[in-house]
Design a protein around this ligand. Structure first.
Ligand SMILES: NC(=O)C1=CN([C@@H]2O[C@H](COP(=O)(O)OP(=O)(O)OC[C@H]3O[C@@H](n4cnc5c(N)ncnc54)[C@H](O)[C@@H]3O)[C@@H](O)[C@H]2O)C=CC1
Ligand SMILES: NCC(=O)COP(=O)(O)O
Length: 342
């Protein structure tokens, strides 16, 4: 591995839900490190879990139990693992609230390492929300938890924004882990403006896009059909777009969501600001499930994640594709390099 690649600290990778595919896609990514020239990383996890999963899959996996500042030295020859205080059991396909403490510890320590500069960025493997909720975890997902950790560390406000970034499409849901029935009430002008402004700023500062163009989706069919199919597009979304434009942001819409994602339409914008989770995630995952990355904007550190979930149905079978995790690793490294050089 070329030593010149390591101009930033290693990436911290949180192990995610132990009963999901996280452990095996991390192992697969590390096994492809030389072929793909992957940047240095370390895993926050339980070495015994990773060894057990590798053995289950018939893979030879040298592991180096290490610390963040020594991970890069080990990376070429062994998977660097920074052990957690909590143990994690290898029970593929069978999530258990007993693993929740370790799963949460890995995320928290990865965020702390990223904020302390020990890690260039945090890459999170997927978590299943339900076993964490059952163990008392009070955040809807990583995005909201990382916002709270950032506030705790900085003492200031953090407003995390979820972005799904694929090769040909970036989308941002304004409302995120929100039941569909509650979306219209949750949408207001201030929220849309806040998310849109963070999106514009981070596209510029983190992704190097000068004057980003932001297409804003409507909520209702045909963006409300002039108010005949719902009024949120006129009463809430259009005024938010006007406010974003007043801030000098090139936002436009509201656009009918069913026709804004086809090939030609996608050429008109750098990101689509969507009103709810599935409106944003369906198009980008459908276009490029293997290559799309979940990026959290608005944090004082870089966080990326694969676009997929824990895939319990295939965990432990050795058929999970590591591509989206590898894309998340590459993007985290690229963003870290950009931030350092700017
Ligand atoms: N970043 C995160 O932490 C995320 C977590 N989740 C969580 O994951 C859990 C399961 O969610 P689902 O909706 O079932 O989505 P999922 O992405 O886990 O699985 C959907 C389908 O895609 C397949 N799949 C997913 N990743 C794959 C890979 N790398 N290689 C091959 N096939 C793959 C699965 O086998 C399944 O058939 C939920 O609890 C959800 O909350 C979902 C999305 C993101
Ligand atoms: N569907 C996306 C998702 O659930 C990921 O959420 P997060 O855990 O990254 O906040």
């Amino acid at each position: 591995m070329a030593s010149g690649r390591h101009t930033v600290p290693p990436l911290a990778v949180s192990i995610g839900e132990p009963a999901g595919i996280g452990p095996e896609i991390v192992i697969a990514a590390w096994l492809s490190r030389a072929r793909l020239s992957l940047p240095s990383l370390y895993v926050l996890g339980d070495p015994a879990l990773l060894s057990a999963r590798a053995e289950r899959l018939g893979l030879r996996l040298p592991i180096a139990e290490t610390s963040p500042d020594d991970a890069t030295r080990h990376f070429p020859d062994a998977l660097p693992v920074v052990p957690l205080e909590n143990r994690l059991e290898d029970t593929p396909g069978l999530p258990s609230a007993a693993n929740a403490a370790g799963t949460i510890e890995a995320i928290r320590r990865g965020a702390e390492d990223a904020m302390a500069g020990l890690a260039a960025a945090l890459v999170t493997c997927p978590i299943a929300k339900k076993p964490l909720y059952d163990a008392g975890f009070s955040f809807p997902g990583h995005t909201e938890y990382l916002g709270a950790l950032a506030e705790e560390a900085t003492g200031g406000d953090a407003f995390p924004v979820m972005m799904l970034a694929g090769p040909d499409l970036r989308t941002v849901p304004v409302t995120v882990h929100q039941a569909l029935a509650g979306v219209p009430a949750a949408l207001d002008k201030e929220l849309i403006v806040k998310v849109g402004a963070i999106l514009a700023r981070d596209l510029e500062t983190r992704f190097g896009i000068a004057a980003p163009r932001i297409a804003v989706a409507g909520l209702n069919p045909h963006a409300g059909e002039g108010g005949a199919m719902g009024r949120e597009d006129i009463d809430v979304i259009a005024p938010a777009i006007a406010a974003l434009r007043d801030q000098g942001i090139d936002a436009f819409g509201p656009l009918p969501a069913d026709t804004m994602f086809h090939t030609a339409a996608r050429g008109n914008y750098d990101a689509a600001l969507c009103m709810y989770h599935d409106q944003a995630l369906i198009p980008v995952k459908t276009l490029a499930f293997d290559d799309t990355v979940n990026v959290t904007l608005g944090l004082p550190f870089i966080r990326t994640s694969p676009d997929h979930g824990t895939a319990f149905d295939i965990a432990g079978k050795g058929i999970a594709r590591p591509d989206s995790l590898i894309a998340a690793i590459r993007l985290a490294h690229a963003l870290a390099l950009r931030v350092r050089s700017s």
